[in-house]
Design a binder for this molecule. Structure first.
Ligand SMILES: [Zn+2]
Length: 82
């Protein structure tokens, strides 16, 4: 877990560095929410390390930023039934 004062330097999901503060707790210092502007993953400082730490984020859910442009925007809509 990171403290609310630290801006992470690496995204847990895509390992990119474009991390910004998304929002903060209405209770000062309770938590901070960060967002990656490369893969749009977001996380709160109070989440466990598997959601906040690039080293322990599940490998199966990691994203290579180079593959993002080729990802579908939405699930495809099936053809209408006949
Ligand atoms: Zn990311």
């Amino acid at each position: 877990m990171t403290t609310s004062e630290e801006l992470p330097t690496i995204c847990p999901r895509c390992d990119d560095h474009d991390i910004r503060v998304l929002t903060v707790s209405p209770v000062p210092g309770a938590w901070t929410m960060f967002s990656c502007h490369t893969c749009f993953y977001s996380w709160r400082t109070t989440e466990p390390s598997y959601a906040t730490d690039p080293a322990t984020y599940p490998a199966v859910f990691k994203i290579d930023p180079k593959t993002i442009p080729d990802m579908p925007l939405f699930p495809s809509v099936p053809d209408p039934r006949k």
